[in-house]
Write a protein that binds this ligand. Structure first.
Ligand code: HEM
Length: 144
């Protein structure tokens, strides 16, 4: 699994497999922004995410915007990130940061908690968790 998006199926040339992409089911931009803000708030607040937090800049506002723009497209909504930065090249963009299993697991735990606290419905949260897991695992760039 690499950068497979939850709203698309590679075999269909990237066409949505469902009429309704996760972006719409979640409630559009306001809901995605709220999830991203919760994710970074938790990263800032929770001691168990301190290692993950330390990899990020002091000011998280740029990180918030980028993840928000990226997730809108990844979830089947508007391609804000690609319009600004071109192809995400997500793995390459993460190479400056040492990411092993511990960092991956903190990222996932932070996102799972954010989805829970945002009240994302269980079936959707499970589906997104599986998609995030594949992407987060693919981001590892150093042996444990
Ligand atoms: C596996 C653990 C991960 C770690 C430790 C990590 C860490 C980071 C860090 C430190 C940055 C730089 C922040 C900044 O420049 O403000 C970043 C950027 C970013 N991350 Fe992650 N990340 C992880 C997983 C993910 C996943 C799973 C996604 C998407 C589903 C993602 C999406 C992004 C995006 C879109 C950016 C902005 C890239 C850019 O334009 O520079 N990250 N990440």
């Amino acid at each position: 699994m690499s950068d497979a998006r939850p709203g698309t199926e590679p075999d269909t040339g990237g066409e949505p497999v469902e009429a309704r992409p996760p972006f719409d089911t979640l409630g559009g931009e306001g809901s995605v922004r709220s999830l991203v803000d919760r994710f970074y708030d938790l990263m800032d607040l929770e001691l168990r995410f301190a290692g993950l937090r330390a990899l990020h800049p002091t000011d998280l506002s740029g990180s918030r915007d980028k993840l928000f723009w990226f997730l809108c497209g990844w979830l089947g909504g508007p391609n804000h990130y690609i319009e600004r930065f071109g192809h995400p090249r997500l793995r390459a963009r993460h190479l400056p940061f040492a990411i092993g299993s511990a960092e991956r697991d903190q990222w996932m735990a932070c996102m799972v908690q954010a989805m829970q606290e945002e009240g994302i419905e269980a079936a959707m949260a499970d589906r997104l968790q599986a998609a995030f897991q594949g992407t987060a695992d693919w981001m590892r760039n150093r042996p444990d």
